[in-house]
Design a protein around this ligand. Structure first.
Ligand code: GCW
Length: 688
């Protein structure tokens, strides 16, 4: 399986060698493993150096061979090769960077690990080649590090080619088929492999008629993409329609308990693996926003997910089954329906019923990728289910890649959040342990899942539309790998992308460091969400969704604002949390300011922990947020000539739009709440 990745390692070594003047890489070779030996020989040949290494630091406990077996293994030299026995229990993707006798050595248990080690070397640059003899170990925290593309193969009349895509058309598809020229996809695959992404969903989770046929009629297209991703350690996944047996297969039903339906999926999957032997599996959005699902047959989501899981199991494929299931035909008059409750209501009763190769993919918040939401209670509520947390790199609700919004700090807050009763964090719960791990002690085995995000990449020349939005793509991958400091990750991205100029570094930090909170200030302070223009979701619209079937989000009237989700008087959503959060959120006294309006309906005169009233906070933050955008734009203008001109111009143009839009948010929101409340802004700033 390592062959194609190992070839990439050879290529990367050649590139690194010409950059650094000498790198020796060794990998999972045993004398019996002829292919791998050839590959390592090739590596040695292209690097032109041979050396030995010894472990001067013991590897982390539990992941590696004990030092006593490791050191002799590393030191063994067979025909000029360093040998690391395949029996060595290094976890997938793990690597060590070693310095020995003035040489730099990458050791790993698999080819992907070698690849990641090499890229780490490139990230570290020259210092990695001059540090004292030492071994640095690194390994991915999340086993699955996945980007889902919401790409349609044809242009959708409403959503365009990429649903919620802000960087042009799809890099994969054109006119219903895979693109002839996959040069750009190859660059993308290398880019993703270099930061450890190992799974890519190739099509939109909303599966329309044309895309439903990828599974049956266009497997050769899927195979071509798989061929491009494979050398970088990335497996491809397809989003499939639950109704495929009906719509594509011509059966009278898609009932998951119908034997004919089960056979249909089994043979469809068999054909996929005949064409793409390392196919990753399926991503499924079922019974959600109009997508078909098991409810139509009176079945539940465990029945639905297991149907596909059983078809995939013989080939070790996985189903990523999304928990984003809610009623989008709500009646705004009915105050008891609460979209925030839906995933927990639907899924927690099913805990323990999902097959081992089902991963439940849960959006980080109970709502929908808003700028600020509490984290979803589902993440801590299903200890017997493998779980992945889904983030949104594409900036649907965070400025649509027109606004510079660095999301690293948001994701970091989410991943660090101690959601479980015993304090286990969201990141920990999503990382879990490898499937099959025997866990000592009485604790429940945490489920292994992964970290998934909706991709932001399209065929735009800057990949992400807004050039600074590349930082989000990079940060997602690095956080999924296990990096813990989003500021350091941003710093890394700046250096790798724009070089070492201190003025550039300082300016990009000034623009991006606090940009997520800035965006929150001028759009959605205090956890109030969805005041966006329905449909495209860009720009302010206070009541845009308030009386629609999609849900009700602020209940603002002349006296107050916010959604009462308490157990005492509201929808009871707080009761879905484990302690302490069920009580922290229940009380206005303890609910954090930034989530106050998500959990409580309060008078405008309610005094926040910060000491200001809700209405004054709304007035202030919308105005201050706009002022910050003005400062961001002026900071950026100071580095003209220090970054490539096209990059500079594109960012400048986007910052102008951000300024225009932030002004609109400021003025509409401040005016709307003055008109409702009749309370003046204490600072006397203009209200229209
Ligand atoms: O946020 C919503 C988006 C939909 C999307 C959906 C989902 C793919 O507005 O465009 O559909 O989430 O996550 O399925």
């Amino acid at each position: 399986d390592d062959g194609p990745v190992a070839q990439t390692v050879v290529d990367e070594v050649a590139a690194a060698t010409s950059r650094f003047g000498g790198v020796l890489v060794t990998g999972p070779v045993t004398p019996e493993d002829a292919l791998a030996c050839d590959v390592v020989l090739a590596i040695v040949g292209s690097a032109g150096q041979v050396g030995t290494a010894s472990a001067t630091q013991p590897p982390p406990a539990g992941y590696l061979p004990r030092t006593d077996s490791y050191v002799p293994a590393v030191q063994a030299v067979v025909d000029g090769l360093l040998v690391l026995g395949r029996g060595a229990p290094m976890s997938p993707g793990m690597f060590g960077l070693a310095r020995h006798d003035g040489r730099t050595v990458v050791v790993a248990g698999d080819a992907a690990g070698l690849l990641y080690g090499l890229h780490e070397l490139v990230r570290r640059g020259a210092p990695a080649l001059t540090c004292p003899d030492d071994v640095v170990w690194d390994l991915p925290v999340h086993q699955v590090r996945m980007l889902d593309h919401w790409d349609n193969t044809v242009v959708h009349p409403v959503m365009g080619q990429v649903e919620r895509g802000y960087a042009g058309g799809s890099i994969f598809w054109s006119d219903g088929r895979v693109r002839d020229d996959l040069t750009r996809v190859a660059q993308y695959a290398r880019l993703l492999g270099s930061v450890g992404i190992n799974a890519v969903g190739l099509n939109n989770v909303n599966v329309h008629a044309a895309e439903a046929r990828l599974l049956t009629d266009h497997l050769d297209d899927v195979a071509r993409l798989a061929d491009v991703f494979r050398p970088h350690g990335i497996r491809v996944y397809l989003s499939v329609s639950f109704a495929s047996p009906l719509t594509v297969g011509g059966l009278p039903t898609a009932d998951p308990l119908d034997p004919g339906v089960q056979d249909w999926w089994a043979s469809a999957v068999r054909r996929v693996y005949e064409t793409v032997p390392d196919f990753g599996g399926f991503v499924v959005k079922a019974d959600s926003e109009g997508q078909p699902g098991p409810f139509a047959y009176g079945r539940d989501h465990a029945d639905g997910a297991n149907l596909l899981a059983r078809a995939l199991a013989p080939f070790s494929g996985t189903v990523f089954w999304r928990a984003f299931v809610y009623d989008h035909h709500q009646d705004w008059r009915d105050r008891s329906t609460d979209r925030a409750r839906a995933a927990h209501d639907h899924f927690t009763p099913l805990d323990g019923r999902f097959d081992d190769n089902v991963v439940l993919q849960v959006k980080y918040g109970p709502m929908d990728f808003q700028t600020r939401e509490p984290v979803s209670p589902v993440i801590a509520a299903m200890p017997r289910t493998r779980l992945a947390v889904e983030l949104q790199v594409t900036q649907e609700y965070t400025g649509q890649q027109q606004h510079a919004v660095y999301l690293g700090p948001q994701w970091d807050e989410i991943l660090r959040f101690p959601l479980a009763e015993d304090g286990r964090t969201v990141g920990y719960l999503a990382a879990g342990l490898p499937v099959g791990t025997v866990h000592r002690g009485d604790d429940p085995v945490p489920p292994a899942g992964g970290l998934v995000a909706v991709s932001s990449v399209g065929d735009d020349e800057f990949w992400t539309g807004h050039p600074l939005a590349q930082a989000n793509l990079y940060a997602f991958a690095r956080l999924a790998w296990g990096e813990e400091d989003p500021d350091a990750v941003l710093d890394e991205w700046i250096g790798l992308t724009l070089g070492d100029d201190p003025a550039v570094r300082a300016t990009v930090h000034a623009v991006l460091d606090d940009s997520w909170r800035t965006y929150e200030r001028y759009t959605a302070p205090l956890g109030v969400g969805f005041m966006v223009r329905p449909g495209h979701h860009y720009g302010p619209d206070v009541d845009g969704y308030e009386y629609t079937p999609w849900g009700t989000y602020h209940f603002a009237d002349r006296d107050g604002i916010g959604v009462d989700r308490t157990r005492a008087t509201g929808t009871g959503f707080t009761g879905q949390y484990a302690a302490p959060w069920r009580d922290v959120y229940e009380s206005v006294e303890t609910c954090p300011d930034e989530l106050l309006l998500f959990f409580h309906h309060v008078p405008y005169t309610h005094v926040l922990h910060s000491g200001t009233t809700v209405i004054q906070h709304l007035y202030d933050t919308h105005a201050d947020g706009y002022d910050e955008v003005v400062r961001m734009a002026s900071a950026w203008s100071s580095i003209e000539g220090r970054v490539p001109q096209a990059f500079f111009d594109r960012v400048t143009q986007r910052l102008a739009e951000q300024e225009r839009s932030a002004r609109e948010w400021r003025d509409q929101l401040r005016s709307a709440f003055f008109r409702r409340s009749g309370i003046a802004d204490a600072t006397g700033r203009t209200i229209y």
